[in-house]
Structure formats: C-alpha cells, structure tokens
Design a protein around this ligand. Structure first.
Ligand SMILES: *Cc1c(COP(=O)(O)O)cnc(C)c1O
Length: 466
C-alpha cells in the first residue's frame, strides 16, 4: 500500500483516504506518494476507462479496491462527449493535440474532478461523514467543482465568485446547475476578496470544525493522480511502438504538467516536458535563472494561468531536493517572506534536465490562435495557444528528431469567445449540451464581502445536511 508524505516533512504519513480528505498537510506542505509505482501495462486495445483503472489502482490501494476504482472511473467518464474521453487530434507531422475539453464544463479540470468528486463522496460515505466544500473561483475551477459534486449526498458545495466579474458563460455554467447541494454566492468584491474570505473561513477553527470545511483545490494529490492517465493514453496513441514523446502544457499552478512528470517516473517514455506560461512567467524565469521571484499578477487572455506562485511546484522541489522536507520548508518560507529565493543548484539542474519553459504574451496568443486556424484548421482557446506556440519552438530548435510533441488542450475555444473572436473574427459555438445555457434558470445569492455573513450561510448549509 502506498503512503503519502508531506513536502515539509513534519506532518504524519497518511494513506490515500486521509490525503483525499485533508487536501493540504498539517505542516502546510503538500502530500506526495512515498513510492512511485511502476506503470501498469497499457495496451493499445485498452479503453481510457481500463487504462485509468490500471494506473490509479495502486495509488489508492488500502482505501479503494480495484473494482471500486473501475466503477468510479466508469461513472466519471460516462458523460464525456467523445468515446475516447481524451482524444488525440493530429495537427502536423510530429505535432498532436490532446483534447482534454470533452467533459461537462469544457475544461481539463473536469478530467480530474469528475473522478475525485466520486472518490470524495465514496470515502465520506464509508466514514459516515459529510463535508462542506468551499472554494473561490475566477470562473473555471468553480464550475468544474460544481459539476463534479452536484447531487452527491455527503457534500455541500459553496462557491464564491466576484459579482459581475466572471464571464456570462462562466457564471451560467455555475448558477444553472440544478442540485440542492450546490450554493453559488456572488460576492460584492474582487476575486482576491473571495479568496480572502475562503482563507478566513478556514482560519476560523470553530467554524471549520462545526461545518466540516473541505477544499478541492489543485493542491489535492488526487487531482494530480487522475491526470497521469491521459499522458499514458496519449503517448500510446502517438507512439504505439513505445518510443519517447514530449509534451507541451499550458501551465498555471503546475498540477497538470506535474502529472506528466509522475507518468515519466512511473516508466512512461517521456522526452521533454515543456512548461508553457503566459506573461505571468515565474516558472520561465526560474528555468532561465534558477531563482524563484514573485511578481504581481498581470491579467491576460488566458486567465486560468494568471498566477503568482505555482503551488504544485513545491512537489517537484521536494523530489528534486531528494525529499528533504526541512530544506523545502525553509525555501518556501523564504520565498513567502522575501518574495524571492535561489533554488540550490543541484535541484535546479535536476529540474532543468527534464523541463523546458516558454512564455507568450497576449499579442502572441492572438497570433497563435490565427496561425493554428490557418495552418492546422484547428481553433484553439487562448490557454492552449500558449502551449501550441511553445511546441513550435521545441520542434524549431531541432528537437524534431522524430520525437512527437503532444500539446495539451485545456479549454474549449467557446469558453473564451471574446479572445477567439478578436483573433479570427467569429465566435466559436458552444457544444449542443450547453446550447440552452442562456435560457436556464440561474440560482445565486449576492453577498457583501463580510466573513460574518459567510459564516452564517455556511452554518445553515452545513446543518441542512442532517
Ligand atoms: C487550470 C487551467 C490551466 C492551468 O493548469 P495547472 O494545473 O494549474 O497548471 C490551464 N488552462 C486552463 C484552461 C485551466 O483551466
């Protein structure tokens, strides 16, 4: 049975079920598997569901047996619009698109959250407990969490978004989900105000305990785990001979590309992992200088990648630093207090041996959306465009020794119609299942930026669970 250790070395080692419910470790670190299992044989005949079952089962052993996993995986991906779940689209010689947008909210977060939501509910059921999941969203994560948890009997969901500051599509994706356990709150304030409210709620010990607060943000190990699967199935599709493949990944919190690193260390033949950033390029600068330097977040056309510090990067630092939790804790403390830190050279060398970084600004994003349409007849969203551009640079730099590059497509272009229209002159159409999005009834409550009001609301939601 695989156990999990905190990146900061001072929290108890836990099994999967506890890690799933805890999210963050008690020492502030992130849980990582103490042992990385060898990749199960994934043959070309296996379906996505079969591959996912084989890959996930060893990580959750002791909490869920293989049959449980098979049932949850089957159920999680039943609603995806493509039979391959995460299909691969050829763009050019040695350039492929891995389409992660076939889930209910048209974004890659569905792939992990649809499974993690089911695992969370099943584990709570087994323990006879309930939780209230609370989260702040600037748009995408909220709807993916809502779709993943709607109707689950052991979970209430409270999602805060800034009033009038998310797009209409994003708002309606959250507020039109008709399930009694879903509670949308529009806060009179900014996204940062929403995040501060969530942090304040977690910091209130009695509230946290009374309501049973939980989070499903991107630091939860289960989300990284669920994402390992599509690296394996994509590699198998573009390289049936088992030869090496490179990946280019639109990156924000580093959860997606980190799953590629785990796939590689399980034994998948991965050549390069390209970390593609927008103008918020803390990681690109790290690859260039070996220093992590925090700068203010600048809004971009790819908002889900607008981040200051990539939280999952801590997991990679822990592995690169030979799992020295004390050293990781010290490094992160220094980064938080000084806004900058130099990563020890052996660590940054280890990381540079496997990762590349590239950045693209908004003008570049618009140009790439146009170029992809013209050259590959493929309309990509502004996040995916960043990675397509990075993949071109990999191939251009002579990395094209025949190693295919797979670009991860993280959102459907119809989620970002304004940017796409700016680039190619028309708005992409929403898939049929969202066609009535604009006529469905919305359910949402407006609230002042006030912790007391939120606490009241959380207590009434939590007690309704019975
Ligand atoms: C969340 C998100 C990303 C960033 O993924 P990370 O795992 O945080 O690196 C990229 N693109 C889209 C569309 C997203 O929603």
């Amino acid at each position: 049975m695989i156990t999990y250790r905190s990146t900061r070395g001072r929290a108890p080692e836990l099994g999967f079920g506890d890690v799933l419910l805890a999210g963050l470790a008690s020492d502030g670190g992130l849980y990582c598997p103490a042992e990385i299992p060898k990749l199960a044989t994934v043959s070309a005949e296996m379906t996505y569901v079969e591959a996912a079952t084989a890959i996930v089962a060893p990580y959750v052993a002791g909490t869920f047996d293989r049959d449980d996993v098979a049932d949850m995986v089957t159920d999680a991906y039943r609603g995806f619009r493509h039979p391959d779940v995460c299909p691969v689209i050829p763009l050019d010689r040695n350039l492929h698109l891995l389409d992660l947008t076939q889930g209910p909210t048209l974004a890659f977060k569905d792939v992990a959250l649809q499974l993690v939501g089911r695992m969370l509910d099943a584990e709570l059921e087994r323990r006879g407990r309930g939780v209230t999941v609370i989260g702040a969203t600037s748009g995408d994560t909220g709807s993916a969490a809502i779709e993943a948890l709607a109707g689950k009997s052991n979970v209430e969901v409270v999602i805060l978004h800034p009033l009038d500051r998310v797009s209409e599509v994003q708002r309606r994706q959250m507020t039109t989900v008709d399930a009694a356990n879903i509670h949308n709150v529009a806060v009179r304030g900014t996204f940062d105000d929403c995040q501060d409210l969530v942090k304040a709620a977690f910091a209130d010990e009695s509230l946290r305990r009374d309501v049973g607060l939980a989070a499903v943000n991107s630091i939860n190990w289960a989300r990284v785990m669920a994402q390992i699967v599509y690296y394996v199935t994509a590699a198998r599709t573009v390289r049936p001979d088992g030869g090496p493949v490179s990946f280019a990944v639109p990156t924000g919190n580093f959860g997606n590309v980190l799953a590629g690193w785990y796939a590689k260390h399980m034994g998948l033949a991965v050549d390069r992992l390209m970390v593609a950033s927008n103008r918020n390029d803390v990681l690109t600068r790290f690859f260039e200088t070996g220093k992590l330097v925090i700068e203010g977040v600048v809004p971009s056309l790819s908002p889900s990648m607008d981040i200051q510090v990539s939280s999952n990067f801590e997991r990679l630092l822990w592995e690169a630093g030979e799992r020295d939790g004390e050293a990781v804790a010290e490094l992160i403390t220094r980064l938080r207090s000084d806004g900058r830190v130099e990563v020890p050279e052996p660590w940054s060398k280890t990381i540079a041996a496997e990762f590349d970084g590239a950045r693209l600004d908004d003008d570049g994003i618009l140009a790439e959306i146009t170029a992809s349409r013209d050259e590959f007849d493929q309309v990509v969203d502004p996040h995916t465009a960043v990675a397509v551009h990075a993949a071109r640079s990999m191939i251009g730099e002579g990395v094209d020794d025949g190693t295919p590059v797979v670009v991860l497509s993280t959102a459907h272009p119809a989620k970002f119609p304004d940017a796409v229209e700016q680039a190619i002159g028309h708005r992409p159409r929403l898939p049929p299942h969202l066609a009535e999005l604009f006529t469905r009834t919305e359910r949402c409550e407006v609230m002042d930026d006030d912790l007391n009001r939120l606490a009241e609301r959380l207590r009434s939601v939590g007690s309704g669970r019975g």
